[in-house]
Design a protein around this ligand. Structure first.
Ligand SMILES: [Zn+2]
Length: 468
């Protein structure tokens, strides 16, 4: 497998530290609101990454943190008049529901920041003893970027831009305000009752420190893969590297993978433009998790994804087509006709899929293998070249693809379409005409149905009526 490593900006062969167990850390949500589809694009990329590693036989230990204390959670819990933990609980629960809807496989651990304050304090202590952390006159503890010569290596920040001694207290800031960042924030009035004791006075941890402390606890000082959205790269990931490498004296992460932004109708998604969607907004419009998932994973993770409702409709049509395809394979009459041909087609598709997805998650190539197989099988079905055993080989291959893709319902019965009573009556009249060998009348009714937009089929399982 190969991945594009943000550190070094190049495609690199993937070699895990432990040959059979990949350790991977994923920056999780700040639980102050429902996650939006831009967030979910990143979580889905990480899910596809994890599933791909599993597809290639690796065991994956994945950690995703939950940021349940930071500037935003405190600000919004106060506005809602709730205690911090009551406020964040609601959005933690919603987040897990959404993951399930999108068929995202659970991570191995979901550590919460508020449950790991001692681990964070230990890390600050180490940085203090090494002379890298210092307490400023505002009572907060900062990381001195001047003491870490590698600062900026991930986001490629010019050493010139680094302004020693200039401090920034907020969790989020832009590249042009590169400065010493807060490890421990002294309590201030606006924090209300959110505070912990520490050797440096009452306060709370800085956001970046969470991920350094929690990744170390669950994955060790050095691990394989760290992921996030491109907007996490600076300052968040840059600061994580600085904290972890300065404290531990060893390399933090071997491979950094970042997922690009999502736009909506080619515009930045924002509440003011009215193009801001949570998963729940799309569900309320009738789309399923499988459809949203298919739409969001179909673009390579390093390309911008332009979301639109046309894209969702396309996903819906594709998944329905597949559901129909699987049904036809399940309905094949018993027998071994076409078994070898099916095995050959499946083996070729399997190889092409693996070549594609293993090459920096080349989803376009992987999907091309899937569609090529579907077309070849459809053509064999049209010529009645396959019986049930061949069909099962193909279904098994699709189950395998689905271990990565996740949106295909290979074994579920296709959702029955609501067929109006008068259409059903016509279809039955046609069957009766056929039985009576009145083929002229049967054809006439078939055309009538076609004009109304319906197709009727006589299958071994009985009469089937579906939309044209
Ligand atoms: Zn993080």
């Amino acid at each position: 497998m190969r991945f594009f490593n943000t550190m070094g900006r190049s495609l690199q062969e993937f070699t895990p530290i432990k040959p059979d167990n990949v350790r991977m850390y994923t920056c999780g949500p700040t639980v102050y609101n429902y996650a939006h589809i831009g967030n979910f694009r990143a979580y889905l990329f990480e899910d596809v990454l994890k599933r791909t590693l599993e597809y290639f036989g690796y065991k994956v230990t994945q950690v995703m943190n939950l940021t349940d204390v930071d500037d935003k959670t405190i600000r919004d819990s106060k506005a809602a008049g709730l205690k911090l933990q009551d406020f964040t609980r609601k959005y933690k629960d919603a987040f897990f529901e959404d993951l399930k809807t999108l068929r995202i496989e659970p991570a191995s651990h979901y550590p919460e920041a508020t449950a790991h304050i001692p681990e964070m304090q230990r890390m600050i202590d180490i940085l203090f003893k090494k002379g890298i952390a210092y307490k400023s006159e505002d009572g907060s503890v900062y990381f001195s970027i001047d003491k870490f010569p590698d600062y900026g290596k991930l986001a490629r920040i010019d050493r010139e831009q680094q302004r020693a001694g200039v401090r920034i207290n907020s969790d989020e800031y832009e590249k042009d305000s590169v400065a010493d960042f807060a490890l421990w924030k002294a309590w201030s009035e606006s924090d209300g009752d959110v505070k912990w004791d520490s050797p440096w006075g009452e306060g709370r941890p800085g956001w970046h420190l969470e991920c350094s402390a929690m990744s170390m606890k669950y994955l060790g000082k050095t691990f394989d893969i760290h992921t996030g959205g491109v907007d996490n790269m600076f300052p968040h990931h840059e600061d994580e590297i600085a904290q972890s490498e300065a404290a531990n004296g060893c390399k933090f992460v071997n491979y950094w993978l970042h997922c690009e932004h999502l736009t909506v109708d080619n515009k930045k998604m924002s509440k003011s433009l009215g193009n801001f969607y949570t998963l729940r907004d799309l569900q309320n419009k009738g789309y399923t998790g499988a459809e949203v998932r298919w739409a969001l994973i179909g673009t390579h993770y390093r390309s911008k994804l332009n979301f639109s409702f046309a894209l969702l409709d396309q996903a819906r049509a594709t998944l329905r087509k597949f559901a129909d395809f699987f049904q036809r394979l399940r309905d094949l009459e018993k027998g071994s006709l076409g078994k070898e041909a099916a095995a050959e087609l499946a083996a070729k598709a399997d190889k092409d899929f693996a070549d594609g997805i293993g090459n920096d998650l080349g989803i376009a190539e992987a999907l091309a293998a899937v569609f090529t197989l579907e077309r070849a099988v459809n053509s064999a079905l049209a010529k009645h070249e396959f019986q049930s055993e061949a069909g099962e080989i193909i279904l098994e291959q699709f189950r395998k693809f689905n271990k990565v893709l996740g949106s295909l319902d290979v074994d579920a019965a296709a959702e029955p379409e609501e067929v109006p009573a008068e259409i059903m009556a016509l279809a039955e009249a046609r069957s009766a005409a056929r039985k009576a060998r009145d083929f002229a009348k049967a054809d006439e009714i078939r055309n009538q149905l076609k004009e109304a937009g319906w197709i009727v089929e006589d299958t071994p399982g009985g009469l089937k009526v579906k939309k044209a």
